[in-house]
Design a protein around this ligand. Structure first.
Ligand SMILES: Nc1ncnc2c1ncn2[C@@H]1O[C@H](COP(=O)(O)OP(=O)(O)OP(=O)(O)O)[C@@H](O)[C@H]1O
Ligand SMILES: [Mg+2]
Length: 448
């Protein structure tokens, strides 16, 4: 049982170091190479390239491998981590200036650009667009789904380079290569089946391979035990399935095809609903179905009655499409939900709030929802009044005390309130308030 082996993910260990190690998508790779080389023979037509396509196909890897192999410095930024226009300017403003005569050449890589596609991030999109306008070095953007209308400003400035899911044969060849280098032997049949079930996602395939090769038990058993990845849909693909399912039977199984948790899918569907279904009556119906789905999902977790889960997931995955079919509308592009973005931005704060609630409720024997509403405000007052005893009693850290003293606890954990926020969206005027509302389900799984 190679424990040390498990420690380094093979996806990292075998990340391509040279462009020739990036398998598949030959045309895209060629297009990228031509574009990046055109920089040395004067001004290219487009100063940025946007690599787009499904996960695990080598978009990020291609850029990294090219830079490593050709001695470029790579300045890398993940757009979904740091979003504000200011951040982008601060971090990259300097990087896009040409290197000195003796300096190394440089590439700027901005990954996960589709994380920027809401109104709230218009500033981020604009900042990148203006970087592209004045850059003196190649800028590469990467996205799974670059088609959101808000990314138009970027698309028009970029050489668009599309990646496709890899063929099973291509995945297989890389798996064999990894086995060879790792010095492990895995049956060809098993490798084929890993390649097949990866559905063109190399990252998924390599992860499966590592699991199989290091588990020490029968590879076929191990493979069987991994839930079948029918096709690992990303959120955009998943929404396409959900809103495109015109019959109940088409929609109901969709959620089996993703690693996203139900809460996340719910948020995506909810936030995209009013763009996908415009007819007011149909939209009303759709919100009602989602409210019902929410009710079942919440009861399932709250009462630990997991058999209720399936009612929730079925309503969520089959309801919107069936309703949409009744009005025969086309629907706009899918958008990245404002709430998920908010959750990413406030992760640190929520972690703190979460650990405070855990400590407090352990002693008080009350639900997290109750503690958040009825106890935390008093705790804050006591702490503000300098009561350190109470802090010791609950074993709060300095950081947690600081959080409580400095800001109002932003915890909303009551299921009732969550439901209201869903139903509120069913009312027409709610739409205007939509952008920026990031409450409601925002506590995710930590509810009472
Ligand atoms: N075409 C490929 N050739 C070889 N290895 C690959 C390829 N695509 C992916 N991999 C492997 O999968 C890992 C993840 O790939 P990468 O980060 O390039 O995917 P991506 O297309 O950028 O996906 P995402 O859209 O999720 O960011 C890499 O570290 C590498 O091990
Ligand atoms: Mg990537």
């Amino acid at each position: 049982m190679g424990l040390q082996r498990v420690a380094i993910p093979w996806t990292e260990k075998y990340r391509p170091r040279r462009v020739s190690e990036v398998v598949g998508n030959g045309e895209a790779v060629q297009a990228f190479l031509e574009w990046v080389r055109s920089w040395s023979s004067g001004r290219p037509a487009k100063k940025a390239a946007l690599l787009h396509g499904p996960p695990g196909t080598g978009k990020t890897s291609l850029v990294i491998a090219f830079a490593e192999e050709n001695g470029y410095d790579l300045v890398q930024l993940n757009a979904s981590d740091r979003r504000s226009a200011e951040d982008i300017k601060n971090l990259l403003g300097q990087a896009v200036r040409a290197a000195s005569v003796f300096g190394r050449r440089r590439i700027v890589l901005i990954d996960e650009v589709d994380g920027l596609s809401t109104v709230a991030d218009a500033g981020g999109v604009r900042a990148i667009a203006s970087l592209i306008d004045r850059t003196e070095v190649p800028i590469v953007l990467v996205a799974n789904d670059p088609w959101d209308p808000s990314l138009q400003e970027l698309r028009s400035r970029c050489e668009m380079i599309g990646f496709r899911r890899l063929r099973a044969k291509e995945v297989l060849s890389r798996l064999e290569e990894i086995c060879r280098r790792e010095g492990v032997s895995v049956d060809r049949e098993v490798l084929e089946s890993i390649a097949e079930r990866s559905k063109g996602d190399m990252r998924a395939a390599i992860n499966d391979l590592q699991l199989v090769a290091t588990s020490g038990s029968d590879p076929r058993r191990v493979l069987e035990s991994i839930p079948n990845r029918v096709i690992e849909l990303n959120a955009f693909e998943l929404l396409g399935r959900i809103f495109g399912a015109h019959r109940f039977s088409e929609g109901r199984g969709t959620l089996a095809n993703t690693d996203l948790d139900v809460d996340t899918v719910f948020t995506w569907v909810l936030d995209n609903l009013d763009q996908q279904i415009r007819d007011p009556q149909a939209l009303h119906e759709a919100y009602k179905v989602l409210a019902d789905a929410d009710l079942h999902l919440r009861r399932a977790t709250r009462l630990q009655r997991w058999e209720l889960m399936k009612y929730g997931t079925i309503l969520l995955s089959a309801g919107p499409g069936v309703i949409k079919a009744t009005v025969a509308e086309k629907g706009g592009r899918f958008e990245f939900p404002a709430r998920i973005r908010f959750m990413q931005q406030t992760k640190d704060v929520r972690t703190l709030a979460d650990s405070i609630l855990t400590k407090v409720t352990r002693r008080l024997h009350m639900s997290r929802a109750k503690a958040a509403v009825h106890f935390l405000p008093y705790l804050r007052l006591m702490l503000k009044a300098g009561d350190r005893g109470i802090a010791r009693h609950f074993r709060l850290t300095e950081e947690e005390i600081g959080y409580l003293v400095s800001r109002a606890p932003e915890l909303r954990v009551q299921p009732a309130e969550v439901r209201e926020s869903v139903e509120e969206r069913a009312r027409p005027q709610a739409k205007a308030r939509r952008a920026g509302t990031a409450s409601g389900r925002s506590t995710g799984r930590s509810r009472a």
